[in-house]
Design a protein around this ligand. Structure first.
Ligand code: SAH
Length: 345
């Protein structure tokens, strides 16, 4: 059986025509799916005969809320969803002056092994289906009552390691008959799977590509990000440059400040050089402490000194505001806690 929520209206149209039904029904069904229905029965303006045909061909699944935490500090909401196979992923809804941003997961677990990240501790289980990523956005909006205007693919998983499904999700969420979220309001974050940069650039999607750089030199980067081994920072920069030249879209470098690891003057100067070479914007992230990790956040004094060097070098730099500090709002922490709970049983 096909998963109907992973289908674009055009694809649905072809199937519906083949069933001998008028093609406008596809749009009607797609719109119902966008309202979050969990069965064909709820599609009240679709004739019963067609609903029965659809039921035979397709599955519809609705994720369940396993846990919902609302930050008392800033209203950030963190959801843990149960998927059709019992796996769980996290989604975070953050409110800013310019609107509500949802941070979605793209995989169950992750195989990239970054040393500071909670999402990768249990390895990769599977990639999410396009519909499952879409559901994170849709049901976060429906449950919270907050209209989502921006999406960041910065939750659990490596989006470029689940390329086809992520691209399909982007087309679904961007569709005018669906949630209609503009590509310019979407950021995709990667640890640097450069083999996929060209393919992404060729799609000309107008989204923002964020690269989790976290260190400007191979020695430091390979220590904290295994994805750097065999690829290297020089090649990453070449790929960033070519992406920028192809798409005209500036890349953003994410940089977690880790005490004594990547926050020295040497790192700041080299980071500035790298950023200028590819016209990248630098987004510094105060590290969230992960229980299992041996790393600690940089001190605020160190962060200030680091910013000053970057600014003096003429780099465009921002510091990410910390939200949801009381709701485990850092990647993979909530799912990890649940796993640990299960481990004990
Ligand atoms: N795999 C993708 C997207 C998911 S991670 C990527 O690597 O970009 C999203 C962002 O959160 C990345 O920049 C990641 O490095 C960062 N991150 C992971 N663990 C963190 C922590 N403990 N504190 C702060 N940011 C963290």
């Amino acid at each position: 059986m096909k998963n109907i929520k992973s289908m674009l209206p055009e694809e649905l149209e072809a199937d519906i025509l083949a069933m001998g039904e008028p093609k406008y029904r596809a749009k009607q069904v797609f719109k119902w799916l966008g309202r979050g229905v969990g069965s064909f029965e709820e599609m009240s303006d679709i004739p019963k005969s067609l609903r029965m045909k659809l039921e035979k061909e397709y599955t519809i699944y609705k994720p369940k809320v396993l846990s919902k935490q609302v930050s008392k500090i800033d209203g950030t909401i963190k959801y843990l969803w149960e998927l059709y196979d019992g796996n769980a992923v996290e989604t975070v809804v953050m409110s800013y002056k310019h609107g509500n941003t949802v941070c979605v997961s793209s995989q169950v677990g992750c195989r990239q092994g970054c040393a500071f990240c909670a999402s990768t501790i249990g390895g990769l289980v599977r990639g999410l289906e396009p519909s499952e990523i879409l559901d994170e956005v849709l049901f976060s909006q429906l449950d919270s009552g907050k209209t989502i205007s921006n999406i960041v693919l910065m939750g659990i998983g490596e989006p470029l390691d689940n390329f086809d499904n992520v691209v399909k999700f982007l087309k679904l969420v961007n569709h005018p008959d669906g949630m209609n979220i503009g590509m310019r309001h979407i950021s995709l974050s990667t640890c640097g799977i450069i083999e996929k940069f060209d393919e992404l650039a060729d799609l000309n999607l107008q989204l923002t590509l964020s690269v989790s750089l976290h260190a400007p030199d191979d020695e430091t980067r390979s220590k904290i990000m295994p994805a750097n081994i065999g690829r290297g920072v020089d090649n990453l920069m070449k790929s960033c440059k070519s992406y920028y030249e192809k798409t005209g879209r500036r890349i953003s470098f994410e940089y977690i400040m880790i005490d004594g690891v990547n926050d020295t003057e040497y790192h700041a100067r080299l980071l500035a050089k790298r950023a200028k070479e590819v016209c990248a914007h630098v987004n510094l992230i105060p590290m969230n402490h992960v229980e299992e990790s041996r790393f600690h956040p940089s001190t605020s004094g160190h962060i200030k000194g680091f910013i000053k060097i970057l600014e003096d070098e003429g780099v465009n730099v921002t510091v990410r505001r910390k939200l949801g500090g009381d709701v485990d709002a850092s990647c993979g922490q909530l799912r990890r806690k649940m796993q640990k709970g299960n481990d004990k049983k």
